[in-house]
Write a protein that binds this ligand. Structure first.
Ligand SMILES: NC(=O)c1ccc[n+]([C@@H]2O[C@H](COP(=O)([O-])OP(=O)(O)OC[C@H]3O[C@@H](n4cnc5c(N)ncnc54)[C@H](O)[C@@H]3O)[C@@H](O)[C@H]2O)c1
Length: 272
């Protein structure tokens, strides 16, 4: 097979490799000939170059996991995440604080030409409305100080999911302007509703009419593979000028909202 995406023999790390988008991403990377190192809280059956059981809520666990992987690391796929049905601080830890900590550790092992992609969500599309607040969190220098900021701002953190996903978006853009000086690219995707194990959690927390609304205009869920494909492309050798980008993978939802073609009324309705 030709290697136009440039993954053959490349050392890549995938968080959240046990299920959903992370598992689909890891599978594509294995097929493309990469040396795949998986991290997750749960142990998968798939055979990777290495798998390390890792808890993104615990910086020591993250440090140990990255220490166990030889450098250089060519690509990082931040796919692990928790839904809003988990405790808000756990959601902040996994979706933002632990993901940021993992990224910082992996960057230490990266060289020029490496790339990082993180999964945010269309649930984070409100990021531009509160950049000053998000920047307070993003400017915290480490995991512990970030956690303290969250604990002191629980009204803003709220259920954790939207705020953590907004933080991933603003952090990816901010950090990308710095990492590119070392030749390391950073981007993020905003998936729409996707048929993964997390879906039943979203459905339990969200009224069906809101779900129908966020599936506009494509009117179906995406598959994990439809999310994995763009992630693999974004970190590939074909996209070396793509940096600091916030990329919706949502069947046209955000574009439909921006151009007034998506009916948002169900999403605006307040619970009785
Ligand atoms: N499914 C959707 O509709 C949807 C939509 C937008 C964004 N997302 C985001 O996509 C990403 C992937 O989610 P998914 O839909 O594939 O769900 P998923 O539940 O299949 O995958 C999430 C993975 O993260 C792992 N994980 C959870 N807590 C962890 C921890 N403490 N330490 C290490 N790993 C942990 C899980 O074990 C699991 O393998 C998440 O960031 C999610 O927020 C999902």
């Amino acid at each position: 097979m030709s290697d136009i995406l440039g993954y053959k023999g490349k050392r890549v790390v995938v968080s959240g490799c046990y299920s959903g988008m992370g598992a689909a991403t890891a599978k594509y990377l294995l097929e493309l000939g990469a040396e795949v190192h998986g991290l997750d809280f749960k142990t998968p059956d798939t055979k990777f170059a290495s798998f390390t059981q890792t808890d993104l809520r615990d910086p020591a666990s993250i440090d140990a996991a990255v220490k166990g992987i030889d450098g250089p690391i060519d690509a990082l796929f931040n796919c692990a995440g928790l839904p809003q049905t988990a405790p808000p601080l756990d959601v902040m830890k996994v979706n933002f604080l632990g993901t940021r900590h993992l990224t910082e550790r992996v960057i230490e092992k990266m060289r020029e030409g490496s790339a990082i992609v993180s999964i945010s969500s269309t649930g984070g599309m409100g990021w531009s409305r509160r950049i000053p607040t998000l920047m307070q969190l993003i400017m915290t220098p480490d995991y512990e100080s970030g956690l303290k900021w969250c604990e002191s701002n629980m009204e803003t953190v709220a259920e954790g999911y939207s705020f953590s996903k907004e933080a991933v978006i603003v952090w990816s853009q901010f950090k990308a302007a710095q990492t590119i000086k070392k030749g390391i690219r950073m981007n993020c995707t905003l998936p729409g509703p996707t048929q993964t194990p997390m879906m039943k959690e979203f459905q339990s927390a969200t009224p069906p009419e809101v779900f129908k609304a966020v599936m506009q205009p494509i009117d179906r869920y995406s598959t994990p593979e439809e999310q994995a494909g763009p992630l693999v492309l974004i970190n590939s050798a074909l996209t070396t000028y793509l940096n600091g980008a916030v990329i919706p993978v949502d069947g046209g939802f955000i574009g439909g909202v921006a151009t007034g073609q998506v009916d948002m009324s169900a999403m605006m309705r307040r619970p009785e």
